[in-house]
Write a protein that binds this ligand. Structure first.
Ligand code: NAD
Ligand code: DAU
Length: 344
């Protein structure tokens, strides 16, 4: 029996990870610890809510007493930390919660893991810590971090803390750095679910700048499988990149999405770019593939499957888009869209 604390498990990747782990490991117990910010959603955990191997605790990772109480109450041996503010655009509007959760919150979890002598602390990190990557190169785990947004800097800071706890205190840690995940339950502020749900409603798709930025869009379940592999077979103290090895321009992603949903290219609107927008991320994934993993989905398969899910699950996203999201959308896109001309 393993007892795993999944922090941020009510969010997009965390919830998919909970589903994945309970479906693959009969002998695991999963405790989700989540503050339920705007991005946390118990609907994401409905498929497991009656599973006796699952429990939910509402709490903040910055609250050390509550974290340690939960670790004791559930006899936790492993923490997998997904909890973070995760949206780059929101980090540009207001970085405060990003620093609080990823820097102070990660420190709190590390202290608790050290004090209670846990078997493993695993940090979910991102390819954004490497910053913009020039054409022809792919980031290796040994490359220096060079974050360029408040979000990326908060994540890189967390990675440095995790590494320091391993070196200084011998805490058994691992880190994975994933590329752009897509799939079920992603909050519709992120590009793919925003574009999919706007397209379903025949609303314009706000494309930043020329739309030729490059991302490695990967299916979230593939990412979860790789994290599980690192928990089982990864070397303590090591970092593993998790991506597809295939970069896709945003405009290509949008064309696949529009075709999948049977919507016209005329929905595309080029709007003012994101400040400091990283043009390209690219991961060298040789280290994780050497552990025996490879993605099951090509980027096009991942985009098509995601479009299908949003088309079939309006019950999930429509109430989000009809709520506080409206104010966010107006603040983020109102002026930009009013200033943008429709595509010829
Ligand atoms: P998300 O925004 O969907 O979910 C984040 C979750 O963390 C939410 O449930 C939220 O309630 C919770 N949370 C936030 N602050 C908290 C706090 N102080 N205490 C407890 N819970 C808190 O994010 P996501 O897209 O699922 O990303 C999960 C993790 O994976 C993040 O660490 C992110 O940096 C990383 N990551 C994301 C991607 C991606 O493409 N989405 C790629 C690579 C890495
Ligand atoms: O690369 C991993 C990262 O991927 C994760 O660490 C982050 O948590 C996650 O949010 C994601 O960050 P991005 O900034 O790459 O994802 P986002 O979905 O916001 O944007 C994807 C691309 O689409 C990016 O080049 C910006 C562009 N974009 C995004 C939005 C929201 C647009 O053109 N228009 C938009 O409205």
């Amino acid at each position: 029996m393993k007892n795993i604390l999944v922090t941020g498990g009510a969010g997009f990747i965390g919830a998919n990870f909970v589903h994945y782990m309970l479906s693959r490991h009969d002998d695991y117990r999963i405790i989700v610890y989540d503050k339920l910010t705007y991005a946390g959603n118990l609907d994401n955990l409905l498929p497991v809510q009656d599973d006796p191997r699952y429990a939910f605790v509402r709490g903040d990772i910055c609250d050390r007493m509550m974290v340690e109480q939960t670790l004791r109450d559930h006899n936790i041996d492993t923490i997998v930390n997904f909890a973070a503010e995760s949206h780059v655009d929101r980090s540009i509007m207001d970085p405060d919660a990003f620093i609080q959760t990823s820097v102070y919150g990660t420190y709190t979890l590390l202290e608790s893991a050290k004090n209670l002598g846990l078997e493993r602390y695993h940090q979910i990190s991102t390819d954004e810590v490497y910053g913009h990557i020039p054409a022809g190169y792919s980031s290796k785990e040994t490359d220096k971090v060079d974050p360029r947004s408040p979000y990326a800097a908060s994540k890189a800071s967390a990675d440095l803390l995790v590494n320091a706890y391993h070196i200084t205190y011998g805490l058994p840690v691992t880190i994975t750095r994933g590329s752009n995940n897509i799939g079920p339950y992603q909050y519709p502020e992120k590009a793919v679910p925003l574009f999919a749900t706007n397209a379903i409603d025949n609303l314009p798709l706000p494309v930043y700048g020329d739309g030729r930025q490059m991302r490695e869009y990967q299916y979230v379940v593939d990412h979860c499988e790789a994290i599980d592999l690192v928990l089982q077979r990864g070397t303590v103290g090591e970092i593993y990149n998790i991506g597809t090895g295939v970069e896709v321009e945003n405009l290509t992603m949008i064309e696949i999405l529009l075709d999948s949903l049977n919507r016209p290219r005329s929905l595309i609107r080029h709007v003012a770019d994101r400040p400091g927008h990283d043009r390209r991320y690219s991961l060298d994934i040789a280290k994780i593939t050497a552990l025996g993993w490879e993605p099951d989905h090509s980027p096009a398969e991942a985009i098509n499957k995601t479009a299908d899910w949003y088309r079939d699950n309006e019950w999930w996203w429509r109430k989000i888009k009809n709520g506080d999201f409206r104010q966010y959308y107006e603040a983020q896109y109102g002026d930009r869209l009013r200033a943008a001309a429709p595509q010829e």
